[in-house]
Design a binder for this molecule. Structure first.
Ligand code: PHE
Length: 438
């Protein structure tokens, strides 16, 4: 039977396999990440390795930075050698092995675990998205909706991961939390192996049912025109803004997690909850609000804001989020009293609005603006910006060793505000460079 005959929510059945694979991979990634910095510095609920903030933040920054940096060679290795489907499988095995390695309490297995997860994620993360693209013909109208569903899978994993792993890790034993992340990845791998038969690219499907795609013509190596250079410049500037956005946004796992652990009220009806749970809040908002945004962009039709305008909104929401948390941080400092969890919930709501303006838009912006023969390279650069932003977000938390939360959040606020202003001023210039592309 043709793998393309079966459907899932109106999409090729293979999407369900990839949705679940990425859901479990993100479950393990975010479940472990929610514990990582607290494990190194120690949490209010349980002592950890006893690292100082500077050292812990540096290791954290190197980890979250290289995890995404590895996406660049990971994509390349799959293209040239392993193939995308095999790369996802091998990546998943590495990731699971990494989490299980961290389930042992020794420094060697801790660092080994981090390295395995870095290698595995580099192989899995970019390629699982590439396979989603192969399930649709170029002109299939379900394509964008397919990617939106896939984005929901990412966030479902990011939502459940901390909910399950942090109470186990913070309230019972760190290593049980890490092992739990590994179990999630194994479940993802099992269903991947069983569902792999559905991952036949449309281009390989039986011609009787589906028109095969003609082999993609290799774009001729003509020199770039002035217009091409303009678009490359526009995409590069927007990618730079994205880097600043991620540097603020990804503090969810670093400085904001420390703020949750040490400065936020963690009791609810007399019971104490794990501070890592706060990391589930933003993905929850993403699940709820992505359909709203998808509807909004469609509804706006020709009045839909341009990509640089959406990037500006993204940075603006990020600025607001740090502005919101500032009084809470100041209050904590003056009174040394833990603040209400609603401050962080409000911050994550605003950051979710920002993410939905910038992250999905960014991917499509890259594919629209890059001259075809360098689109893969530009996608690599986009991942590089994510890596750089993640690195900075981790590095910032190191300042908490001898500076206050409000000082760190003021720096984040000021950087985001300056970036918003510059982005807003540059909208007309970037639009001109984009040469008619929105
Ligand atoms: N929440 C997104 C995810 O986990 C963040 C991200 C965006 C990561 C882009 C990598 C690249 O997929």
């Amino acid at each position: 039977m043709n793998a393309h005959e079966k459907t899932w929510l109106g999409h090729p059945r293979g999407l369900a396999t990839l949705f679940m694979t990425e859901m479990w991979e993100r479950f393990s990634y975010y479940g472990m990440r929610a514990l990582l910095l607290l494990y190194m510095t120690g949490s209010v609920l349980q002592p950890g390795l006893g690292f100082r903030e500077k050292r812990a933040s540096l290791i954290y920054a190197l980890y979250v930075g290289t995890v995404y940096l590895m996406g660049v060679p990971g994509g390349y290795v799959a293209d040239r050698w392993l193939g995308h489907r095999r790369a996802v499988f091998v990546g998943g095995v590495f990731i699971a092995a990494g989490h299980f390695s961290m389930a042992f309490s020794s420094m060697t297995t801790f660092y080994l675990g981090l390295c395995l997860i870095i290698l595995g994620t580099g192989l899995l993360k970019p390629n699982v998205s590439t396979i989603v693209g192969t399930l649709y013909t170029k002109d299939d109208t379900r394509r964008d909706a397919g990617f939106s569903l896939f984005y929901m899978g990412i966030n479902l994993g990011a939502f459940i991961g901390p909910i399950i792993c942090t109470p186990l890790g913070q309230q019972i034993n760190w290593h049980i939390g890490f092992a739990c992340a590994g179990v999630g990845m194994v479940l993802g791998l099992i269903q991947y192996v069983f569902g792999q038969k559905y991952l036949v690219p449309v281009s390989e499907a039986k011609p009787s049912k589906i028109e095969p795609l003609a082999p993609e013509p290799i774009a001729p190596k003509t020199p770039f025109t002035r217009e091409d250079w303009g678009r490359i410049a526009a995409a590069s500037i927007l990618t730079l803004f994205a880097l600043i956005f991620w540097a603020g946004f990804e503090q969810a796992g670093s400085s904001l997690t420390l703020f949750a652990d040490r400065a936020t009220r963690l009791t609810f009806f007399g019971r104490t909850f794990a501070s890592g749970l706060f990391q589930s809040v933003e993905p929850f908002f993403v699940i709820v609000f992505s359909p709203v945004f998808a509807w909004l962009w469609l509804k706006l039709g020709s009045r839909n804001p341009s990509s640089p305008a959406k990037f500006t909104f993204g940075l603006f929401f990020l600025t607001l989020s740090f502005l919101l948390i500032l009084p809470a941080a100041k209050y904590y400092q003056t009174h040394q009293v833990r603040v209400s969890p609603f401050w962080l919930i409000g911050l994550y709501f605003l950051q979710c609005m920002g993410e939905l303006c910038l992250s999905p838009v960014g991917l499509s912006m890259i594919t629209k603006l890059s001259p075809p023969r360098i689109v893969g390279f530009m996608m690599g650069v986009w991942f590089l910006a994510t890596a750089g932003g993640n690195y900075l977000a981790g590095w910032v938390a190191g300042f908490l060793e001898n500076r206050t939360y409000s000082e760190v959040f003021t720096i984040a606020f000021a950087t985001a505000a300056a970036a918003t202003l510059i982005a807003a001023l540059m909208i007309p210039v970037i639009r001109r460079w984009m040469g008619g592309v929105r």
